[in-house]
Design a protein around this ligand. Structure first.
Ligand code: BV8
Length: 245
């Protein structure tokens, strides 16, 4: 119905850049996380098998970072929640971020494709539990009791991202694909724009501080801090002032 009257389904892909102005470092900016930590040692499934204590120390340090700060949603998160609330068709946020700032900003239709903070998963029984506990190699799973197999519910490099069936179905039926705050360096997320363009007449736009690795694949690019460009873009969308179909 809405597709016919110029209100397509929207998929929004977000990355670390949307949370930067809330005080969370990105990964690949000059001051980003991977400039301080070697991801091969703390964010890959091989690292877990090689040195789980080191991986868990990295996780625990991240928990301490979040716990010690008042990390709150910013105007970009709130603008996406407004879009979800006021746009007549479905708006899905697919985030690569593990923070819960989209939910805190009011978005309800959110998929965390790389997992999320505050959850643990047991690699013995696959139970996922809400917990912000510090983890160690002596941690026992609360469900099955197995020791040393409880990890953060985060997708490491070399692991399949979560919710991929739902994400691909949404990409196959969207009319507008918006990418916000991501460098386009990590797949399969970085490949979503090509998928949408190959499969659909969907309009594609990136909103970012600077051109992403995949900027040429987008129809449009709007550059600047997310707290400025995202609310402005949502305003234009809701007022019908942007070519989105
Ligand atoms: C998989 C964990 C398959 C949670 C993360 C060679 C070629 C191509 C691909 C590969 C390859 N070798 C290996 C691969 C696959 C690999 C990959 O893509 N590697 C890359 C590095 C080459 N991908 C995987 O392994 C994925 N899985 O492929 O599975 C498979 C198939 C079958 C069976 C098994 C497996 C899994 C990837 C998930 C890894 N986990 N995170 C956590 O700790 O957070 S990835 C990590 O990177 C985060 O999730 C992060 O979100 C994600 C992407 O980074 P960005 O969000 O884009 O952040 P970044 O810092 O890079 O950029 C920030 C951007 O914001 C910048 O552009 C900046 O300009 C902008 N910005 C900054 N400030 C602002 C701003 N924008 C607006 N406003 C601001 N204020």
């Amino acid at each position: 119905m809405h597709q016919e009257f110029g209100h397509p389904k929207i998929v929004v892909l977000t990355g670390a850049g949307i949370s930067k102005e809330s005080g969370i470092d990105t990964f690949r900016d000059a001051d980003g996380l991977w400039s301080r930590v070697n991801l091969e040692e703390v964010a890959t499934i091989e690292a877990w098998h090689r040195d789980p204590a080191k991986v868990l120390d990295f996780h625990n340090a991240g928990r301490a970072f979040f716990a010690g700060r008042n990390i709150t949603p910013n105007a970009a998160h709130r603008a996406l929640a407004r879009l979800e609330h006021e746009w007549p068709a479905e708006v899905l946020v697919v985030t690569q971020n593990i923070d819960l700032l989209h939910e805190g900003g009011g978005s309800k239709n959110v998929l965390h494709m790389h997992g999320q903070a505050g959850k643990l998963r047991c690699m013995a029984c696959e139970t996922i539990a809400d917990s912000d506990a510090e983890l160690s190699v002596t941690t026992a799973c609360a469900a099955c009791g197995v020791v040393g197999q409880t990890r953060p519910h985060v997708v490491w490099f070399g692991e399949m991202p979560l919710h991929m069936d739902a994400i691909m179905a949404a990409l196959d039926s969207c009319g507008l694909f918006i990418s916000i705050g991501t460098s386009g360096a990590v797949y399969p997320a970085a490949g979503f724009v090509q998928h949408v363009r190959r499969k659909r007449r969907a309009h594609t736009v990136e909103l970012n501080m600077e051109r992403s690795d995949g900027y040429q694949t987008f129809h449009d690019g709007i550059y600047g801090p997310a707290t400025e460009v995202v609310p402005a873009f949502v305003d234009d969308l809701l007022r019908g002032r942007t070519s989105h179909a």
